[in-house]
Design a protein around this ligand. Structure first.
Ligand SMILES: Nc1ncnc2c1ncn2[C@@H]1O[C@H](COP(=O)(O)OP(=O)(O)OP(=O)(O)O)[C@@H](O)[C@H]1O
Ligand SMILES: [Mg+2]
Length: 338
C-alpha cells in the first residue's frame, strides 16, 4: 500500500509540485487560517483520489498481463503478432512479443536436442549390438564344440578378435565425439612445418595403399610453409580423410596437396575411388551416416569419421569442403591459417 502510494507520488509529482506552488502563492498574497485547513483537506482528498485511481489502474494492468501470460502458457497464440496489448500497455508490447519469440525458440531447440539425443542413443546401441552379437556368436560356437575343430577354431578366434577391435575403435570414436560435443575438446595450437608434418603422416599410409595397389602421392610442399593447428587433432583429420580415400578407392591413386594461399594453406585429399552421389554429399558429415550400410556391417565402419573431422575443423575455425563424382573420385579440402 505504502509502495503504491510512493509510486503514485512519483507518477503525479508535477501535480503535487503545482499544488505546493499554489499554497506558496497563497502564503505570499496572504490568506486566513480557515483557508489553510481547507487547503490541507483538499490536499488529502486529492491524494486519496490519486491512490484510488492508481490502484484501480494497476489492478487492470495486472489482470491484462496475467491474461496474456496465461494465454502464452497455454499455447493460445500461434505467433508473437497475435499478442496485442491495450493502449495503456502498448509501450511493453514489443518486449512481450520478443520474450514470446525467445521462449518459443528455446522450446524448439530443446525439442530438437531431445530428438537428437534419443536418435544418438538409438544409433549407439544399434552400432554396439553388431560387433557384440558377432563376438558372442563365435564364442558360443567355439564353446559348443568348434574349439576342437582344427579347421575353424583359429579362424573363429581371429574373427572374434577382429570384432573386438571394431568395438574398441567404435568406443574410441564415440568417446571422441561426445567429448567434442560436450565442448571438452581442448586444443593446443602451434605453428608447424607443413612439409615435415604431412610427409610423416602420409608415409604411415604407404603400406595400406600398397596393399590395395594404390598410388599414394604427396605433392611437393613449399619448404618454409608454416601452418597453425593442433597437431594431434589435425592428425586425426588427415588420418580419417586418407583412410577413407584408401578404403573407398579400388584402383588409381590418392593425392595429397598442400597449396600456399595468401593467408592460408589449402590441404586437399583427392582419390579416384567410387565417389559419392550428389544426394549424399550433404549427409556424409552426419554421425553414423554411411552411403553403403551393408558394406560397413562387415568392415566395421561406424560412420563417425567425417563427423569427427567436421567438428575438429570447426574448432579450428575452418570448414571442410567436398567435391565428388560417382565412379570418378572424391576430393576433400580445408584451409589452415598461415
Ligand atoms: N573418399 C570417399 N569416397 C567415397 N565415399 C566416401 C569417402 N569418404 C567418405 N565416404 C562416404 O561417407 C561415409 C561417411 O564417412 P565416415 O568417414 O564418416 O564413416 P565411415 O568411413 O563409414 O566409418 P568410420 O567411422 O570408420 O570412418 C562413408 O561411409 C562413405 O559412404
Ligand atoms: Mg571414415
Amino acid at each position: 500500500m505504502f509502495s503504491t502510494y510512493l509510486y503514485t507520488i512519483s507518477l503525479y509529482k508535477w501535480q503535487i509540485l503545482v499544488f505546493l506552488l499554489f499554497i506558496v502563492i497563497l502564503f505570499i498574497i496572504g490568506f486566513h487560517e480557515a483557508d489553510f485547513i481547507f487547503l490541507i483537506l483538499l490536499f488529502l482528498v486529492y491524494n486519496i483520489a490519486m491512490v484510488y485511481i492508481s490502484i484501480r489502474g494497476e489492478n487492470e494492468r495486472t489482470k491484462t498481463l496475467k491474461d496474456i501470460f496465461n494465454k502464452i502458457k497455454n499455447n493460445e497464440y500461434a505467433s508473437a503478432q497475435q499478442i496485442i496489448l491495450p493502449r495503456y500497455l502498448i509501450s511493453i508490447q514489443d518486449e512481450i512479443r520478443s520474450m514470446y519469440d525467445k521462449v518459443q525458440d528455446d522450446i524448439d531447440y530443446m525439442k530438437k536436442l531431445e530428438k537428437v539425443r534419443s536418435e544418438f542413443l538409438g544409433n549407439v546401441s544399434h552400432e554396439l549390438r553388431t560387433p557384440i552379437f558377432t563376438i558372442q556368436g563365435y564364442i558360443e560356437t567355439l564353446l559348443n564344440g568348434a574349439i576342437d575343430d582344427q579347421k575353424v577354431n583359429k579362424q573363429f578366434l581371429e574373427k572374434a578378435s577382429r570384432h573386438t577391435n571394431i568395438l574398441n575403435n567404435l568406443l574410441n570414436d564415440l568417446i571422441d565425439i561426445s567429448m567434442i560435443e560436450a565442448g571438452q575438446m581442448r586444443l593446443s595450437f602451434c605453428y608447424f612445418n607443413a612439409d615435415e608434418y604431412f610427409s610423416s603422416i602420409v608415409n604411415e599410409f604407404i603400406p595400406l595403399a600398397e596393399k590395395k595397389s594404390l598410388k599414394l602421392v604427396l605433392h611437393p610442399i613449399p619448404q618454409d610453409l608454416q601452418l597453425f593447428a593442433d597437431l594431434e587433432k589435425l592428425k586425426q583429420v588427415m588420418t580419417n580423410l586418407i583412410h577413407n580415400a584408401i578404403r573407398y578407392t579400388e584402383s588409381g591413386s590418392i593425392e595429397i596437396t598442400v597449396e600456399e594461399e595468401d593467408k592460408f594453406g589449402k590441404i586437399t585429399v583427392k582419390d579416384t575411388g567410387i565417389g559419392i552421389a550428389p544426394e549424399y554429399l550433404d549427409r556424409i558429415f552426419e554421425r553414423f551416416f554411411r552411403v553403403n550400410k551393408a558394406r560397413s556391417k562387415e568392415s566395421g565402419d561406424s560412420g563417425l569419421g567425417l563427423a569427427i573431422v567436421k567438428h575438429i575443423l570447426d574448432a579450428h575455425g575452418t570448414k571442410v569442403e567436398v567435391q565428388s563424382k560417382l565412379n570418378e573420385g572424391t576430393a576433400f579440402n580445408f584451409r589452415l591459417k598461415k
